[in-house]
Design a binder for this molecule. Sequence first.
Ligand SMILES: C[S@@+](CC[C@H](N)C(=O)[O-])C[C@H]1O[C@@H](n2cnc3c(N)ncnc32)[C@H](O)[C@@H]1O
Length: 250
Amino acid sequence: MARGPRWRVDQERVSIRFSPAAIREAQGRVRVSAFTGCPTPPPERYDAHMSTTDANRMFQRQAQRADQAADWLRHLDLRAGERCADVGSGPGYFSLILAERVGPTGVVYAIDRSPEALAYLAEEMQVRGVANIQTVHGDAAAVDLPSGPADAAVVAMMLHHTSDPAGVLRNVARLLRPGGRAVVAEFHPEGTGEHGAPLSMRLPPEAVRAWCEAAGLEVRAEERTSPEHYLLSLRLRPPSGHTSPAGAHR
Ligand SMILES: C[S@@+](CC[C@H](N)C(=O)[O-])C[C@H]1O[C@@H](n2cnc3c(N)ncnc32)[C@H](O)[C@@H]1O
């Protein structure tokens, strides 16, 4: 896959932004006017199916939104050795951050319907010497994990790209272990509309909350993480009648 010179310039910034210190710093920063995504196109030019968005460009855009990972990680409380699904990973900039967090004894499942995006991530893993990500090609509303349930899942900026957001959330619930954590991040319909999805295509938090609850994902917190974004912090309810050992659920 061709790498243009812009990628090389950005690669430097990517590695700087990857550092735990940069992520910690981002956690405490007020980001009122920080870059929060690419400029919003008119609805008729928005690539809802991402069929014309090339993986290299998407990776660049993900790198520009790197600060958002700090918010997701704060809610996910990911630990070394855990198994985390990155649902709708795209070319996997954030999968790489998650992989760093779970370490060599953990695993990240990067799930996407785009083979090009996953091929880009596979090449990126090779270049960076990352071995703890498994790419999973398929529809997030139906896909299975190669082995066992996940401890955590991230569903970031993807639900508004799918025709079946409720189905995706039902499947996320199916992929998680009881008590497993998840973060859903989306563009806010009352945002400024300057960055990211057009306002008319954004999903109201109330609708996403209702789909989560219906799927068995308890909403633990809702946070407006930037003028354009919000997240829901979730936990899979244990099956009724199930009592967990003390401390088993974080
Ligand atoms: C805007 S990108 C977001 C990527 C990444 N989560 C992030 O925050 O940068 C949305 C991704 O979701 C994927 N996607 C959308 N619907 C999907 C589905 N039903 N199953 C699997 N992947 C899907 C797209 O292929 C695309 O890579």
